[in-house]
Design a protein around this ligand. Sequence first.
Ligand code: PHE
Length: 338
Amino acid sequence: MLKELDTILTDALAAIEAIADDSALEEARVGFLGKKGRLTVAGAGMKDVPKEDKKAVGQKLNEVRTAITSALEEKKAGLVAAQDAAAFASIDATLPGRPLPQGGLHPLTHVLDEAVSVLRRMGFAIAEGPEIETEWHCFDALNTPEDHPARNERDTFYFENGKLLRTHTSSVQIRTMEKVEPPVRIIAPGSAFRRDEIDATHLSAFHQLEGLYVDKGVTLADLKGTLEFFFREIFGSKTEVRFRPHFFPFTEPSFEVDLKLQATGKAAKWIEIAGCGMVDPAVFDSVNEARKDDAYSPEKISGFAFGMGLDRLAMIMYGIPDLRLLIENDVRFLKQFV
Ligand code: PHE
């Protein structure tokens, strides 16, 4: 029996050595270790082995099984490695990868992110309001009389139900004050809509950034300081900022803000960039009327507001000559801002 086991081992190792694929490997496993395999059959002869030899024969049987099993495993690993090598042989690992097309942010998003990050550092929180507005939030509460030209059908998009597309983000001032008590320190970026003839400097849908600060003892000095700091953060610390008296129904006094900017190769020029002013007491009265309290009593608090065109800001920051480029979605244009 011991001799027979040796023969089986020799045969098995030779057979395994010669194997070249998975199916031959399986065949050999079944042929030696399977239910009717040679080793299994030989093992069944144990019962006829004399008692005193059983231990030695049993040991031998185990040794042979272990040897055949590990030879099979080794062969299996060898076959897998050979298959992998064959698969990789057709791949040139030194070839550079194929780049995936990568998207980028729209220039307006860049401008907005930058503006918002400066104002947030100054403690302004973001507020929102709907683009479809009531006349109350867009005009009445903002002290804009019935016959004001901005309310004209030719300038504003009206819906049949009397609502309208907001003509400015100033409506968010009212919505915010109706909801929360002072102090209020918010910015509201968003779309605004006007029935303008579309050209290089006008779009019927554009973007604004509104600001509102209401608290005890807010003064014009706070307004000037805030906007000067803001524009110098964006355009550089030496940027000259000018406040020019103007009129808005919802602020008193009101100003337009100009920046002295120099495009490369051109003479420095004053460019109008924002509207602002001290919140008109009539606006606070409207807010109190809607709130049914006097949280915004002009006797107790004061505030400033500002609004600027983000599209215009983008034009200046990036030297974009025509606003329409911002909405055409021409990839050749957009790619420059990635
Ligand atoms: N809403 C004004 C506009 O669209 C800008 C503005 C905002 C002016 C806040 C003063 C205060 O032109």
